[in-house]
Design a protein around this ligand. Structure first.
Ligand SMILES: O=C(CO)[C@H](O)[C@H](O)COP(=O)(O)O
Ligand SMILES: [Fe+2]
Length: 225
C-alpha cells in the first residue's frame, strides 16, 4: 500500500461534542475512526463500550476501527461487530487462544487485528502473521491518550515489516500512541500503513489542518540492504 491511512482516535475528543468530532472526521481526508474500548481490567482506565460505539456508527461515514483493550475479548466480538466495528483488534496479551479469536473475528466479516504492548516482541506473531489482517504496534502503554511516544516502537515496526515482506502477506501495520507530526514521517518510513492519532488531531488548535498535514506526509519506499 503506498498511500497511508489515518485513523483519528475519538478518545481525545471533547465528549460533550462527540457528534461534531465525528462530523469533522466525516468531512476530512481521514480514512477510519479509531474507537478505544477500555475495561478497567486489561488497562487501568475505563472509556466507553458498545452503546457509544453504536451511536458513533449511526453518524460515521468512515469505517470504525475498534481497539479492544479488554480481558476475554472473545466474549464481545459479535457484540462489537453488531455495534458497527469494521476492524476489530484484540490484544495478544489478552488472548490465550489467539488463533481461535482471530478466526472468530473473521467469521463475523470484520477485519482482524492483533495489538502488541510495548514489551511484547513481534516475533511472537510468526506463526499467525498470514491469518491477521492488521498488527497494531502500541507505542505507549495502553490505557490513556496523550502519552509520550516510546521510541523503541520504530525498530519493532521495521522488524514486523521485514516479517511481512518475507512472508509475502498483505497484513497492515498500524501504530497507536503518541503519534503526531513530530514522528509520523519516521513511522511511515519504517513501514507503518495506518497512523492512529488522538491528541495530535483533537487537541490541535485546528483539527482539520492536523488531519490534512498527517495525511499529506510522503512515504518514501524503504531500501533494503
Ligand atoms: O489506544 C490508545 C490508548 O491506549 C489510544 O488510541 C491512543 O492513546 C491515542 O491517543 P494519543 O494519540 O493521544 O496517544
Ligand atoms: Fe487505540
Amino acid at each position: 500500500m503506498n498511500q497511508h491511512l489515518l485513523a483519528p482516535s475519538i478518545l481525545a475528543a471533547d465528549f460533550t461534542k462527540l457528534g461534531e468530532a465525528i462530523q469533522l472526521v466525516n468531512e476530512s481526508e481521514a480514512d477510519w475512526i479509531h474507537v478505544d474500548i477500555m475495561d478497567g481490567r486489561f488497562v487501568p482506565n475505563i472509556s466507553f463500550g458498545m452503546m457509544v460505539t453504536e451511536t458513533v456508527k449511526s453518524i460515521a461515514e468512515k469505517p470504525l476501527d475498534v481497539h479492544l483493550m479488554i480481558v476475554e475479548p472473545e466474549k464481545y466480538i459479535e457484540t462489537f461487530r453488531k455495534a458497527g466495528a469494521d476492524t476489530i483488534t484484540v490484544h495478544y496479551e489478552a488472548c490465550p487462544h489467539l488463533h481461535r479469536t482471530v478466526q472468530q473475528i473473521k467469521d463475523t466479516g470484520a477485519r482482524a487485528g492483533v495489538a502488541l504492548n510495548p514489551h511484547t516482541p513481534v516475533h511472537l506473531l510468526e506463526d499467525l502473521i498470514e491469518d491477521i489482517d492488521m498488527v497494531l504496534i502500541m507505542s505507549v502503554n495502553p490505557g490513556f491518550g496523550g502519552q509520550k511516544f516510546i521510541y523503541h516502537s520504530i525498530p519493532k515496526i521495521q522488524k514486523l515489516k521485514d516479517m511481512i515482506t518475507v512472508r509475502n502477506t498483505s497484513t497492515l501495520i498500524e501504530v497507536d500512541g503518541g503519534v503526531g507530526l513530530q514522528n509520523a514521517e519516521k513511522l511511515l518510513q519504517a513501514g507503518t500503513d495506518v497512523l492512529v492519532a488522538g491528541s495530535s488531531v483533537f487537541r490541535a488548535k485546528d483539527p482539520r489542518q492536523a488531519i490534512t498535514q498527517l495525511k499529506g506526509i510522503e512515504r518514501e519506499p524503504r531500501h533494503f540492504v
